[in-house]
Design a protein around this ligand. Sequence first.
Ligand code: APR
Length: 239
Amino acid sequence: MFEEISEEIKNANKIVFVTGAGISQESGIPTFRGKDGLWRKYDAMQLATIDAFHANPKLVWEWYNERRMNIFAAKPNNGHEAIAELENYIDVVVLTQNIDGLHQRAGSSKVFELHGSIVRIKCTVCDYQNDVITNFEQIPPKCICGNMLRPDVVWFGEPLPQNVWRQAMIHASQCDVMVIAGTSLVVSPANTLPIYAKQNNAFLVEINPERTIMTSDMDYSVRDSSARVLPEFLSIFKS
Ligand code: APR
């Protein structure tokens, strides 16, 4: 695997990874749209929108609390760890749609969380925010100012954090190689990042057991899991 593109990869100065739920699937965290995906069991519009939160904060919080416990029990897998180790060989930036923090726990130092973080909690009114990895007794939890707390994640219909998105576009436009791993590329604007990279003549590599809507735009596409493939991608730099 990768033999025919190893020169292209090794000659790169900067590699940007665009990752999605699939890269955490082998850490035991379900994807959204796969066969066992979360949106198969739950209605995204009932749980992952600002309106849903204000209509039924207790239900949304119960769902996020369940996901928080699952994510905190999960560990980075070989895919996360290979991306982190790659930093020893080349300039690596991770643009992730994931909110689980596993890239950071694996040791990646330049991670941009396009859709926020389930670890970070913020107040719905004041500017309080903090990383919280303990369980909340009271649901929905309240801020010291008396207002409701919420996960600092981007819900459907909400804008991405502007500073994060601006940085993501810049990194995507400056890379020689972009590796798109574990994402269906159906959610915008994250799914425009490969277009920014291509406009800068980047080499696009896709890692996904299934084809995606952008597979035909990729320069190289691997039908396999990221936990299996990314260590082989890393070994290109070790040989
Ligand atoms: N390795 C690599 N890819 C995998 C693996 C694996 N082991 N298992 C599944 N996949 C692929 C699936 O084939 C699918 O293409 O990961 C992709 C997961 O797609 P989605 O479930 O749509 O997740 P994602 O692309 O991250 O969704 C984007 O949608 O619901 C919102 O905010 C949520 O950030 C999320 C966004």
